[in-house]
Write a protein that binds this ligand. Structure first.
Ligand SMILES: Cc1cc2nc3c(=O)[nH]c(=O)nc-3n(C[C@H](O)[C@H](O)[C@H](O)COP(=O)(O)OP(=O)(O)OC[C@H]3O[C@@H](n4cnc5c(N)ncnc54)[C@H](O)[C@@H]3O)c2cc1C
Length: 371
């Protein structure tokens, strides 16, 4: 049921999670304003792989969120009516290393592009279970669809949340109060700042690096999860995602590093680009000798127990949080956005049980820092 008279909701952060919440709220006719300090999808939501899997979260509390999201991604690819690189694909485990790996005498024709030192060892996913999107284009598509239904995008830095008598009264944006009684914190790893304004558990960022290449020969729709052993014996797990537009994305090289104040200040380590280039060349002659179009870094948002925070902020009526999706934020954005919209509009999420993701869970279990 649409709620055109619902109170306006302010969403802080225009990454994939903020855009998904805005999209599903706008479908319900709720007036929405998104506040973004830098640019839409400027952080992890624009620099991720965009890999989607139906059942890779099975056995964890994320399973229902992931399974619902995988189906919603298929629905959205139809409903949004724009091409943002959604497709089903095969996913392979590949062994590779600086010292080379024993190759079989013959390789199936479909794997002929892996003509260097990478050896496929296992099928991890089929087109029935794995898929991909271009994450920046997907985030923009969600936002444009929300804007077509009246959502507003306002550029500015959220500096605080005004709370009085246990209720949200407004959002401080660039020194000015934007009045609202409902706010969603969706600032990715920067959601950690909101713990200064609201009683929230910690959120921080884990840095990852990536490059994009533009080979001249087409690469088949095969995602690779590579087990790479360096010349010093270190085990690395880079990932490779050929995209429908001919781009090939490689990521790896995760590290604990201090989160800069804003996304523009995030810089890749100098050695990360050349190293990912070297791994690409180790896998396929089609990827050798190419200058990367982009060498970049970003921070995925993580929490103490590795699960997202999705739900109402304890003790503050009208405040919600949606973050902490770690390495599955692109996959889990649709079900997170839908469930958050249901929670905000109906008072209860129906499509996915959000209980495992409630922000007050750490305090209820007596674990982690108290909220
Ligand atoms: C290398 C790498 C590869 C990945 N690959 C995949 C993948 O293949 N599949 C998958 O499902 N997930 C993947 N992920 C995870 C995914 O990218 C993230 O979980 C997801 O993008 C997080 O989205 P978000 O909207 O929560 O945060 P973000 O994308 O960080 O967006 C937060 C937004 O909030 C804004 N903001 C911050 N502070 C403020 C403020 N004070 N005021 C206003 N705006 C503010 C920022 O500018 C930013 O635009 C990957 C992550 C990394 C690092």
């Amino acid at each position: 049921m649409p709620y055109p008279n619902h109170a306006p909701v302010v969403i802080c952060g225009a990454g994939v999670i903020g855009a998904a919440v805005a999209y599903y709220l706008s479908l319900r006719g709720v007036p929405v304003t998104l506040i973004e300090r830098s640019a839409v999808a400027c952080a992890a939501s624009g620099k991720a792989g965009g890999f989607l899997a139906l059942d890779w979260c099975d056995g964890s509390p994320l399973a229902p969120l992931a399974r619902t999201s995988f189906q919603l991604h298929a629905d959205l690819a139809q409903a949004l009516g724009v091409d943002y690189g959604y497709r089903r694909l095969t996913t392979l485990a590949v062994a590779a290393g600086a010292h080379g790996v024993q190759r079989p005498d013959t390789m199936p024709e479909a794997l002929a592009w892996l003509d260097s030192q990478g050896v496929p060892t296992r099928v991890l996913g089929t087109p029935a279970t794995t898929a991909q999107v271009h994450p920046a284009q997907f985030t923009h598509a969600l936002l444009h669809a929300a804007q077509a239904r009246g959502a507003q995008l306002r550029m500015g830095c959220v500096e605080g949340i005004d709370v009085s008598a246990g209720k949200v009264r407004g959002v401080q944006v660039d020194g000015t109060l934007l009045p609202t009684e409902q706010v969603v914190i969706a600032m990715g790893p920067w959601s950690g700042c909101a713990a200064q304004w609201l009683p929230l558990p910690p959120v921080w960022g884990l840095k990852g690096h990536s490059i994009t290449l533009k080979p001249t020969t087409p690469i088949p729709a095969q995602a690779l999860f590579v087990q790479y052993i360096t010349d010093t014996g270190e085990h690395l797990e880079p990932e490779v995602y050929p995209r429908p537009d001919g781009e090939v994305y490689l990521c790896g090289f995760s590290e604990q590093a201090a989160l800069p104040e804003s996304p523009e200040l995030v810089q890749p380590r100098p050695e990360a680009g050349p190293f990912l280039q070297h791994i690409a060349a180790t896998l396929s002659s089609s990827l050798a000798g190419l200058t990367p179009e982009r060498v970049q870094a970003c921070y995925r948002p993580v929490t103490d127990d590795g699960l997202p925070l999705l739900g109402p902020v304890p003790e503050v009526a009208g405040a919600y949080i949606a973050t902490g999706h770690s390495c599955w934020g692109i996959l889990n954005a649709p079900a997170s956005g839908l469930a958050m919209a249901e929670l905000i509009v109906d008072g209860r999420a129906r499509s996915v049980d959000l209980t495992p993701f409630e922000p007050q869970r750490a305090a209820l279990r007596g674990q982690g820092k108290p909220v």
